[in-house]
Write a protein that binds this ligand. Structure first.
Ligand SMILES: *Cc1c(COP(=O)(O)O)cnc(C)c1O
Length: 716
């Protein structure tokens, strides 16, 4: 595969436009986004904010005009200067905090990274978390390199049929429009490494993504030299069967370690984001044994320098393979580790109720020096769920800590909200955004001003939804009911709830329809109506999830709800931005305690969209009593039907008695002051604590730097 550079060259004066577009740093810096917006606003929108694609399609006259426009040049120069400053900075938080760790590197492995819609190598929450982690590491100067997959067909696009069934289609990535380039070895050669799978060798090419100070390396098996089936191994994210999955994980773990070596990178710490990357430890133990270590010494060494983050309290979410499958595909990978094969396989042995299997989470827990969950509650659940791992250890002492997830504030904050912060918190707010005391300044924002911004964001959302509906109508000639279901009848002045996430059973997407008549009364109340926007994909193999989705879609088609329920298809980062910024309330009602953390509610809250949620995941820590609402029907957990009924009743009551009145109680200028108090509390309390800045600093201080310090000492 070759990304060909068919973009026309730019006029000399703005010759670094392509460089700016080629570093995703642009995507979270307003001064850089302004460059592309201003260059050709229609094209910016038409390409879903993909500047590389813009530069390929833009008319030469526009570039020439820009190069001669002093106002444009001022913006351009400012953005280029900021990019250079970011790349060259020596006084980052990391450099100032741990100057003795100069030159050290942390490798962060993840099967998906959600960085921008122009690089569709993510499915959902896990990818968003990894992407936000890398961006924040870049901002803080944490010397991180990411390792993941270049999926040429990415994750699927979702179409909803007339009767609400999810249809999946895969599009080949248009390489020339994606922010990737070939990774080069220290000798300047393309980086290609061989990975043993079964009795053959699969070649893996490495691509590079620039994220300011952080680099992400992506592995790709689509090389001419590989057999056709091996070329397909990295084609799709979570696309194949168990055989494909284990081979992908071998490539990520073993291939990732080999690729870093070929690139001349020697990480001092390996951070495994979820168990998918567990085979990293196989290659590392093997390397140490080759250098003369015993198995036990090698394992001890690996433990000092490996950290593992686990992400799901749903047992089926933990990858496990039959031993025969593992033996088959690892056959060529053992090398000198071969004589300790049984000891290695023991590291993954775990019975999660369906017999003894090779479990990637067990492997990671047993070979990492630290394991953490992604919220406090998820920590408790993990200690209980993996109890057999530590037969003699009391629950509270089991070695699983937690680092609660956070979101990358510059990525998720709406520019209009950011402008208000600049005005009331000061121009440097973004540099201090994990300081809780700074956020008290939010209380000084006049209600009218914040309300005007909130109204504006709701309007942007509806303009976006309406354009999508128009496209379906014009291009696909869908029938009128589907145009309604796409959100055409939504009213830009009405209280709007958002529900967007993967459609799967434990997230209970249909809970709000538990009593359809009561819901219809709430939605259609004269003078105080409510509307709900749904979005989200179901995993292609999850038929239960697809049936949930279908039934929700049918509600959107049902006139009983007055066109006040919409389903926005093909949820991705782009759609997510509009939804978390433009709704009024973010709804989340998983079956407790199955939501490890959740992050979309954090994205919403920092934009002044309060959370209406079960007290699960991050919300168990985040709810203060004044910054949103907790849905709790107080039914005993052992009876799921009773829990659903009680939770639905609690949800309706919150809407009827609290949420709706607060939103519609207005003063003479039509400002809802009671509502704004909740909005401000959401922003004030959630932004610092649930930021990726707080999260990455925690990882850095509690895990990365202590491990790196030990390395340095043991080398002396
Ligand atoms: C944030 C986000 C998610 C994760 O949302 P949860 O609330 O954690 O389920 C999934 N998909 C996209 C596109 C997102 O932006």
């Amino acid at each position: 595969m070759t990304p060909d550079s068919s973009r026309p060259t730019q006029p000399d004066r703005i010759a670094r436009l392509e460089e700016l577009a080629g570093d995703l740093w642009w995507s979270w810096h307003l001064e850089a986004r302004a460059v592309f917006r201003r260059l050709d606003y229609a094209l910016w929108r038409a390409t879903a904010h993909n500047p590389l694609r813009m530069l390929r399609l833009i008319a030469r006259e526009k570039l020439d005009a820009a190069a001669a426009d002093p106002a444009f040049l001022e913006i351009y120069d400012r953005a280029i200067a900021a990019l250079d400053a970011a790349r060259g900075a020596h006084n980052t938080w990391w450099a100032n905090t741990v100057p003795q760790l100069r030159g050290q590197t942390i490798a962060y492995f993840s099967a998906e990274f959600a960085l921008h819609q122009s690089l569709p190598i993510y499915a959902g929450g896990l990818g968003v978390l990894a992407g936000d982690h890398c961006k924040e590491a870049s901002d803080l100067g944490v010397p991180l390199v990411g390792v993941g997959f270049m999926y040429p067909q990415g994750y699927f696009h979702q179409h909803i049929s007339a009767d609400g069934w999810q249809e999946e289609s895969y599009e080949r990535l248009s390489w020339e429009d994606a922010p990737i380039e070939r990774a080069l070895t220290p000798e300047g050669q393309p980086c290609i490494t061989a990975v043993p799978i079964g009795d053959r060798s699969v070649l893996v090419e490495v691509w590079r993504v620039r994220l300011g100070r952080v680099t992400l390396y992506l592995l790709d098996t689509n090389l001419d030299e590989n057999a056709p089936w091996d070329r397909e191994l990295s084609a799709r994210l979570y696309g194949g069967d168990r055989e494909t999955r284990i081979q992908q994980e071998i490539i990520l773990g073993i291939g990732g370690v080999r690729a870093l070596k070929a690139l001349g990178i020697e990480p001092g710490v390996f951070h495994l984001n979820e168990g998918h990357a567990g085979f990293v430890v196989l290659q590392r133990i093997r390397d140490l044994i080759e250098d003369g270590s015993s198995f036990d010494d090698a394992l001890a060494e690996i433990r000092k320098t490996t950290m593992f983050t686990t992400h799901t309290p749903v047992p089926a979410g933990h990858d496990a393979f039959a031993f025969s499958l593992v033996e088959k595909h690892l056959a060529g990978a053992w090398g000198t580790l071969g004589e300790h094969r049984d000891r290695f396989l023991q590291l993954g042995a775990y019975d999660n109720g369906s017999g003894m299997q090779f479990n990637m989470t067990a492997l990671a827990i047993r070979s990492a020096g630290s394991t953490n969950a992604v919220s406090e509650l998820h920590g408790e659940v993990t200690r209980a769920m993996f109890a057999p791992m530590w037969p003699d250890v009391p629950e509270a002492e089991r070695p699983v800590s937690f680092v609660t997830n956070g979101v990358h504030v510059p990525t998720w904050i709406a520019p209009d909200v950011g402008d208000l912060f600049t005005k009331y918190l000061g121009a440097g707010w973004i540099d201090r955004h994990d300081d809780p005391s700074m956020w008290d300044g939010v209380l000084a924002i006049p209600d009218e001003e914040l309300w005007t911004v909130r109204q504006g964001l709701r309007r942007y959302l509806f303009a976006f939804i309406r354009e999508r509906a128009r496209q379906r109508w014009v291009e696909e000639r869908v029938g009128i009911p589907r145009v309604v279901a796409a959100g055409t009848l939504l009213d830009p002045d009405v209280l709007t709830l958002g529900f967007a996430r993967r459609f799967t059973g434990y997230k209970r997407p249909e809970l709000v329809f538990h009593d359809p008549d009561r819901l219809a009364r709430i939605l259609n109340a004269a003078g105080r109506p409510v509307q709900i926007i749904f979005a989200g994909k179901s995993h292609p193999a999850d038929d239960v999830g697809k049936h949930h989705l279908q039934r929700v879609y049918k509600r959107a088609l049902d006139p009983q709800f007055g066109g006040r329920i919409a389903f926005v298809d093909d949820y991705d980062l782009h759609v997510a931005h509009f939804l978390v910024q433009g709704c009024d309330v973010w709804l989340n009602n998983p079956r407790k305690p199955l939501e490890a953390s959740g992050t979309s509610g954090m994205k919403a809250a920092i934009n002044g969209v309060p959370h209406l949620s079960i007290g699960d995941g991050w919300w168990a820590e985040g709810f203060t009593g004044a910054n949103g609402w907790v849905i709790d029907g107080h039914a005993p957990a052992d009876n799921p039907d009773a829990v659903d009924a009680a939770d639905a009743d609690a949800l309706y009551r919150l809407l009827e008695e609290d949420v709706v009145p607060a939103f519609y109680d207005r003063d003479r200028a039509n400002v809802p002051h009671r509502w704004m108090a909740t909005v401000k509390e959401a922003i004030r309390t959630v932004s610092p604590r649930f930021s990726a800045r707080r999260m990455v600093k925690e990882y850095a201080q509690r895990m990365y730097s202590p491990a790196l310090e030990r390395n340095i000492k043991s080398e002396v």
